[in-house]
Design a protein around this ligand. Structure first.
Ligand SMILES: *Cc1c(COP(=O)(O)O)cnc(C)c1O
Length: 389
């Protein structure tokens, strides 16, 4: 692609920080892990931060540390990254999908209670695209029904709800540092919590179940190798030094897209600001509206790709995935998910995106939307039977 969908922002300082670790003899479980954990704890205000090998590993360990297992149910959005449901399935619990709100594309607090049964143990809330879910309402529902709350803040580092960082509201929160995230460690994740029991359980489980007091060959739990190497941590520390500037740059790019795309017919833009929330821009996702559907979205995406412009279909609903046809709880009414997901289109979005590139993306998108809206592009009826997003 001439214009990538996403790209990591790696500085010379980042490169030097990683190289410096390689000149030491500590490549895992060393001082950089501790320093990175402290940096995330300080930034989020969390009492405990535990580095793990990915966001998915972090979600899995939260499920495990909260004692969620076979036969238990966890309420999750279907409009989310597949890892959200996978983490629940790893422990033989069932993801129960609940619908989202059209404005924020996050779990709709009004749709959660209908999904609660006697087997429900937790709500796994995702802060989609860096926009915090309604944490106050969701925590209140959890309190009334004695449920745990896990926050998937993998797309939302730095976001806030009512002035408090996303990830720090629930029993535990998870960040991820894959190269397309706001900050990266290559691969990596972090669990934050106020609960010392959860923190020490996650610490043990990431390292083959070794409790902190155990010696190297004493295992109190059946754990995993979910460790985060020192090179990754050094990159994370270096990236965290620039996080404010990086998030500001992303907000600036979102503003430029907004100005360029505002007023185009059949296009719905993400809100630049929302009440009670500070956004942290992960991706810039527009939605087709009016009479335009998945058919037009897929055609526009193909055409953009042909022109060398990266774009993506964030997200493909989990309940439509072949792996989840039977591996989930009772199917709720997911009409907002069903309507919105096939109309979503993620545009190129990364810190070093240039103004001329933004112009080019917007000009091409505008032209393709106009073509898609014309009568010549009417959807063939056979296509509406397509099963996958
Ligand atoms: C990125 C992401 C994760 C975790 O991804 P990893 O690749 O395992 O680090 C989890 N949930 C959401 C919503 C994500 O976007």
């Amino acid at each position: 692609m001439r214009i990538a969908l996403s790209a990591p922002d790696i500085s010379q300082e980042d490169i030097d920080a990683v190289a410096a670790v390689l000149r030491t003899s500590r490549l895992s479980l060393g001082p950089k892990l501790e320093e990175f954990e402290h940096a995330i704890a300080r930034y989020t205000g969390a009492a405990h931060a535990v580095g793990v090998s990915s966001g998915t590993a972090g979600l899995h360990l939260c499920i495990r540390a909260l004692g969620i297992g076979e036969g238990d149910e966890v309420i999750v959005p279907s409009f989310a990254f597949i890892a959200v449901a996978n983490a629940v399935r790893y422990e033989k619990a069932l993801p129960v999908f609940a619908d989202i709100e059209p404005e924020t594309l996050n779990l709709d607090p009004n749709r959660i209670e209908a999904a609660i049964t006697s087997r429900t143990k937790a709500i796994l809330v995702v802060h989609t695209f860096g926009c915090p879910a309604d944490l106050a309402a969701i925590l209140e529902i959890a309190r009334q029904h004695h449920l745990c709350v896990i926050e998937d803040a993998c797309e939302a580092i730095g976001a806030e709800f009512d002035g408090r960082k996303a990830g720090g509201w629930g029993d535990a929160g998870v960040f991820a540092f894959y190269p397309n995230k706001q900050i990266t460690t290559g691969e990596g994740g972090m669990v934050i919590t106020e609960n010392p029991r959860i923190a020490s359980m996650v610490r043990a489980l990431r390292n083959q179940g070794r409790a902190e007091t155990n010696d190297w060959l004493q295992h109190s739990e059946v754990g995993y190798n979910y460790r985060l190497a020192e090179m990754n941590c050094a990159l994370g520390i270096s990236q965290m030094k620039r996080i404010d500037a990086m998030l500001a740059r992303r907000a600036e790019i979102a503003g430029k897209y907004h100005d360029k795309l505002r007023g185009i017919e059949n296009l719905r833009l993400p809100a630049l600001e929302l009440p009670r929330r500070k956004l942290s821009w992960f991706v810039y996702v527009v939605r087709l509206s009016g009479t335009l559907t998945q058919f037009h979205r897929d055609w526009i995406m193909d055409e953009m790709h042909r022109r060398g412009i990266g774009c993506g279909r964030y997200f493909a609903p989990i309940h439509r995935q072949p792996a989840y046809h039977t591996a989930c709880g009772p199917r709720a009414d997911l009409r907002v998910t069903e309507f919105e997901a096939p109309r979503c289109l993620a545009l190129p979005f990364f810190n070093r995106l240039q103004d001329e590139q933004i112009d080019e993306v917007c000009e091409n998108l505008g032209e393709l939307l106009q073509l898609a809206g014309s009568r010549a592009m009417e959807e063939p009826s056979a296509n509406s039977a397509a099963g996958f997003y």
